[in-house]
Design a protein around this ligand. Structure first.
Ligand code: HMG
Ligand code: MG
Length: 298
């Protein structure tokens, strides 16, 4: 009783590139995103409108938004930390914006320079204004399975913050294993708890693959009937403000597993490979996904 269909949200151009030390030229970002659009994704997070000093890799978000070819049926989304970011994003006619915060006080402070309590009114304003602009809003909650600074994070605390985000009016919440510490038993236990409070048909899971457990964690989440997953082509990615954070769950590995299991994604594996090879060549280093390791050996 696996779901028949899964939605994959490609976050490589944002979560992937925000963690790359080398600069990726604007034209290459645009060409890559265009290849992703052609590969069949219904959702691409193309960049973020954050402070350029905090994430210099994505300081060209406006130019990216202006140059990409927008394919009909694809939602082009961007991260916004506050009203200033929202206004910049709306100016480029994004389809959806994502607000983000952490379930860990220390990571929240390091990532967005505020306490958790002080973050709520900022996000509340962004969600309200975004809705007035006719945009849907996604929420991200980070470090839900563990924090590099605080260790364990309580599932009750995650539920409490998630509920507040839903009360603000977000359309979907993505729960992040920011540093890739979750294990399948823990995910199962947490989801069993969160079931009491959170609308699972509006939840997405965002696994990082630091310790190789992302696919196993997806499998457990599928058993809880969660059908939306974030991933990055080739396994790029990580949060520069979370010590030890490494690559996202690799889109290519996820698509391969789901298709082998007979679960639809709408993604064309050959075109996905083309997009992965493209960004690998731009970054000039082998991408870490299993699929790319196979391809690179051929
Ligand atoms: P701050 O320094 O506290 O901001 O940073 P502030 O409000 O005090 O303003 C300071 C200056 O920044 C002002 O300029 C503002 O105008 C400017 P000044 O008057 O000094 O010239 N400013 C901005 N400039 C451009 N764009 C903006 C913006 N906002 C203010 N949007 C802030 C607070 C949130 C802005 C900063 O901490 C920041 O940009 N953080 C972003 C960090 C980030 O992007 N992290 C990675 C994404 S999260 C992630 O990866 C996790 C996720 O993948 C899920 C998971 O894996 O768990 C989503
Ligand atoms: Mg992430």
């Amino acid at each position: 009783q696996w779901p028949e269909k899964v939605t994959i949200k490609e976050v490589g151009p944002r979560d992937g590139l925000q963690n790359e030390s080398g600069e990726v030229p604007l034209e290459d970002k645009v060409s890559w995103i265009d290849l992703l659009s052609e590969a069949g994704f219904s959702y691409i997070e193309f960049s973020s409108f954050v402070h350029p000093k905090w994430i210099p890799q994505l300081k060209d978000s406006r130019a990216v938004a202006e140059r990409i070819k927008r394919k009909r049926g694809v939602t082009y989304a961007a991260l916004v930390p506050n009203r200033r970011g929202l206004e910049a994003a709306v100016d480029t006619q994004v389809d959806e914006v994502s607000v983000f915060m952490s379930a860990s006080e220390t990571h929240n402070k390091k990532n967005i320079n505020k306490s958790i309590e002080d973050t709520f009114p900022v996000l509340e304003e962004v969600v309200r204004e975004a809705k007035l602009e006719g945009k849907s809003v996604r929420g991200y909650l980070s470090t839900v399975f563990g924090c590099p600074y605080e260790g364990n994070i309580s599932t009750e605390n995650v539920a409490r913050i998630s509920e507040r985000l839903f009360e603000m009016g977000i359309n979907e919440l993505s729960l992040g294993d920011t540093i890739g510490v979750a294990n399948p038993e823990q995910v199962d236990r947490a989801l069993n708890k969160w079931k009491q409070w959170l609308p699972f048909d509006h939840l997405a899971m965002h696994f990082h693959n630091t310790r190789g457990m992302a696919l196993a964690n997806v499998l457990v989440s599928l058993q809880h009937n969660i059908t939306t997953y974030d991933s990055a082509v080739g396994g790029l990615g990580g949060c520069p403000y979370a010590k030890g954070a490494s690559g996202n769950l690799a889109t290519d590995d996820l698509v391969h597993m789901l298709h082998q299991m007979g679960i639809e994604t709408g993604i064309d594996e050959r075109k996905l490979e083309e997009a992965a090879l493209y960004i690998q060549q731009v970054l000039n280093k082998p991408l870490p996904s299993h699929q790319m390791q196979v391809i690179n050996k051929e």
